[in-house]
Design a protein around this ligand. Structure first.
Ligand SMILES: [Zn+2]
Length: 421
């Protein structure tokens, strides 16, 4: 295992020692696809990593100062902070009745008739104030952080009016400032067609493109644009309109594609050069091959298939194309009320036959790529943010192998201890 050359490394203000393994997720380092450093240590300055290597090299490679903070890793495993590249974190209301109805075999229509479905969340979110949305989402973020998530994408899409979409995105912005998890917002005004536009989808797309999008970008409230490209919701042509208008306004595309039918979302993602195409349960492999050629990340959300009892995305066929595969929670009150990425990794391995290495890369380096943040987060590499999860496990594989429990003991965000069990 080679250490990062120390010659130009600035003095460290934080050193973490006594780590059983440092799982760098740096494929350019020796130590397998995850670049694992046994008996490792890491050093940071001003929130950025300056050195990662075997602890035996620390004294020779790293300059420390009298006020350098020393942290004992207690023999734990260090991993990059997890990157959740697809969530619907901000919402009001809950849908546990629908969850119970579905278990009894209720149809979509029966669920809607009983007051469930996405439009029930729209109703509750419209009725909530921005303050209420923030207060509801804060403890969810606390749960995400304690499970190792340090960076999260958050979508609008339960407002579906200009004012309510703005309200959701302002809530997301405030959440980013109130707690340690780094938030990046997506404008998803085309998440569903609201009741008042039923049967007039094109008119609703006019509203999204003509009024909502300028209002969002004028306030700099989002970095990405999303659309639910699906049979019965938004067609490929309508999705293209929204995504291209977003791109003209400076928003990068990452969108819901080919979840329930092979509509051509994967092909559209390749054609427009999206950051990611998400779900892809029914995507054609040919479309994913085009995504690979265009550098689009495939973001798979096994928690949704798990929660709805649907077949999983054919991850192996996708991986065979060489496409980069990210894994995210799709946290939302209807189809995936979970944000534990350790459990998502378990689903990826046991249900989608991804290797444990592929699963871990899915919630770290590849999650970062799905958000265009791979220069800053997703791996423990010199120059990147010192976002670190410390897990009390015999080796990194236990994080997904011993499932359904939380292995995270401590979390660092930008070199600062932000969670400790
Ligand atoms: Zn989603």
């Amino acid at each position: 295992v080679s250490a990062t050359p120390a010659a130009a490394a600035p003095p460290a203000d934080l050193v973490v020692t006594n780590l059983r393994e440092v799982v760098t997720c740096d494929p350019s380092r020796s130590g397998g696809p995850l670049g694992i450093v046994p008996g490792g240590a890491l050093a940071a300055r001003e929130g950025r990593i300056v050195w990662v290597g075997p602890e035996a090299r620390l004294g020779a490679d790293v300059t420390v100062e009298p006020d350098t903070e020393w942290m004992d890793g207690d023999g734990q495993v260090a991993l990059p902070g997890f990157v959740d590249s697809h969530t619907h974190l901000v919402f009001a209301g809950s849908r546990e009745e629908e969850y119970a109805l579905r278990a009894r075999g209720a149809s979509y229509q029966e669920i809607a008739a009983a007051g469930g479905g996405i439009l029930s969340t729209v109703c509750a979110t419209r009725a909530a104030s921005a303050d209420e949305l923030v207060a509801l989402a804060l403890p969810r973020l606390g749960r995400a952080l304690e499970h190792g998530t340090t960076t999260m994408e958050v979508k609008s899409g339960y407002g579906l009016t200009t004012a309510d979409e703005i309200k959701m995105l302002e809530a997301a912005r405030r959440l980013g400032a109130l707690q340690p998890v780094e938030i990046h917002a997506t404008f998803c005004g085309a998440h569903e067609v609201p009741d008042e536009y039923k049967g007039r989808t094109d008119a609703y797309v006019d509203l999204v493109v003509g009024e909502m999008l300028p209002a969002v970008t004028g306030r700099r409230l989002a970095e990405y644009v999303d659309v639910f490209c699906e049979a019965g919701v938004f067609s490929v042509a309508q999705a293209r309109r929204v995504l291209e208008a977003g791109a003209r306004a400076g928003l990068r595309a990452k969108f819901h594609a080919d979840e329930f039918v092979p509509l051509g979302g994967a092909e559209l993602a390749a054609e427009i050069g999206a950051l990611s195409a998400d779900h892809l349960l029914c995507a054609r492999v040919e479309g994913v091959t085009r995504m690979k050629a265009a550098g689009v990340t495939a973001a798979l959300l096994p928690g949704t298939a798990f929660f709805l009892g649907l077949p999983y995305a054919p991850a192996r066929a996708f991986l065979d194309t060489g496409v980069r595969v990210a894994l995210a929670s799709d946290f939302n009150p209807g189809s995936s009320m979970g944000l534990n990425l350790q459990l998502v990794m378990t689903m990826a391995v046991s249900q989608m036959k991804m290797s444990p290495e592929e699963a871990l890369l899915g919630v770290t380096l590849h999650g970062a790529a799905a958000m265009g943040l791979e220069a800053d987060v997703g791996s423990l590499v010199r120059g990147k943010q010192c976002d670190v999860v410390l897990a009390a496990v015999p080796n990194w594989r236990f994080v997904s192998y011993f499932y359904g429990v939380n292995h995270v003991q401590r979390v660092l965000k930008r070199g600062r201890l932000v969670f400790e069990r």
